[in-house]
Write a new protein. Structure first.
Ligand code: ADP
Length: 401
């Protein structure tokens, strides 16, 4: 393909549109931006290109108007899309259910299928569908591709994907473990072997994607064999504002004895839990400052977070049998050496031996284990937009062939 071609990557949320114009060959973002507070009295748009950021505050009635403003900014401050050889639009889709095992060229039927999966992704899929409809209308000549956060986990082994509940109820209501952050887990677990110069087929890896949302995956020979998120991105690790694993009976208890509605509990577990629920802070930089100032609840939040991480490292080590690679990625994983050191502390008997000097500081890619550590531990930056762009190009090239 032409090295100067680009892909417009779109992540459409219920009141926001995040976008990035990506050069998939160079692996670089050419421009990026964010439309926020769509439908509110005052919305905001931020567009960055060539080291310059343009911001606008204005009422944005709906996603169509938001996208028109974005396309206008591309023309006004650059790069002009008609000169950027945009070969595809890649849409991030959170929930692909059991339907999509890989990216899909968008047509009316694919949009209808994504819409039909809305009960399993109520916060995201309706917004993705709106984003697709609008973008297809405004850029009718550019092929559009849906890239699913669940696709990497679609073929999890049945024992990892199945909840131990009444099988009929599960089948009737499509209750199973779908996972999330799959685009990141796939990208990282396939890029790390290249970085190490080792064949992906030979490696057993644990990937820890630690951002605001957080998830762990076990990857054997490049295929996911387990992941920590489930029916929704609420299961698994402790997160910024989400509880992760919890006894489901907590829900019954709060409903029956605290008079909380299901919506209240949904809000509690998704937005008022995690490290924020325990400490009041959902950003690790602020959390560490509190810990340093002697705040006991911040210390507890950090301890609970790290305890859960260790549980998953141990569990996935057992599932994989042999562990070759442990990777930290996303905002916390890439930047927080305190969390990384705490998560690996005491795991030497599992073959995980961190080098404190290598671990120190932010960013990567870098190996942070000692040279003789049986498990290679790395910090490896994720890049979901680049992964979406590359998958979109693969789909349109396959469609042409
Ligand atoms: P998202 O899930 O929204 O994509 P990110 O992967 O960007 O999130 O992660 C954001 C989180 O990363 C922040 O909430 C913060 O806790 C953490 N983070 C970012 N920078 C640092 C840093 N320098 N040190 C510690 N944590 C950081």
């Amino acid at each position: 393909m032409n090295p100067s071609s680009t892909v417009l990557v779109v992540n459409s949320g219920s009141s926001s549109i995040k976008y990035q114009l990506v050069d998939p060959v160079a692996g670089q973002a050419v421009a990026s931006g964010l439309v926020e507070r769509i439908g509110e009295k005052t919305g905001a748009v931020k567009h960055s290109h060539a080291g310059q950021t343009t911001t606008r505050q204005l009422a944005i009635a709906d996603h169509e108007e938001g996208m028109r403003i974005v396309l206008g900014l591309f023309e006004e401050v650059g790069p002009a899309l008609h000169d950027s050889n945009v070969v595809a639009v890649g849409h991030r889709v959170v929930q692909g259910g059991a339907v999509f095992a890989g990216p899909a060229l968008i047509d009316d039927e694919v949009v209808a299928q994504i819409d039909a999966l809305s009960p399993l992704g109520p916060l995201h899929n309706p917004a993705h569908v709106t984003g697709m409809r609008v973008t297809r209308r405004l850029l009718p000549d550019v092929p559009q591709v849906a890239v699913f956060d669940t696709a990497f986990f679609r073929d999890l082994p049945a024992e990892a994907a199945t909840y131990a509940i009444d099988a009929e109820v599960a089948a009737q209501h499509q209750v199973r473990r779908y996972g999330a952050h799959g685009t990141s887990h796939q990208f990282v677990s396939h890029e790390v072997p290249k970085y190490l110069g080792r064949p992906v087929e030979e490696l057993n890896q644990i990937v820890l994607h630690l951002g605001n949302g957080a998830s762990a995956s076990a990857v054997a020979g490049g295929r996911a064999v387990d992941t920590s998120m489930g029916l929704t991105p609420l299961e698994g690790l402790v997160m910024g504002t989400r509880s992760g694993d919890i006894d489901p009976a907590v829900v019954f208890h709060l409903h029956r004895n605290a008079g909380m509605s299901i919506d209240d509990i949904d809000d509690l577990l998704n937005r008022r839990s995690g490290i924020k629920g325990i400490s009041g802070e959902n950003d690790f930089r602020a959390l560490h400052s509190l810990v340093q100032s002697g705040d006991a609840s911040a210390k507890l939040a950090l301890d609970v977070y790290v305890h859960r991480l260790k549980k998953y490292i141990g569990a996935y080590h057992a599932i994989l049998g042999r562990l070759d690679v442990l990777v930290f990625t996303a905002g916390v994983g890439e930047n927080d050496d305190i969390v990384r050191a705490a998560a690996c502390a005491g795991l030497e008997p599992l073959g995980i031996v961190l080098d404190p000097a290598r671990n120190e500081g932010r960013g990567g890619p870098k190996v942070i284990s000692t040279d003789d550590s049986p498990v290679t531990v790395l910090v490896f930056p994720t890049n979901e937009e680049l992964a979406i762009a590359r998958q979109a190009v693969e789909v349109i090239e396959a469609a042409k062939a």
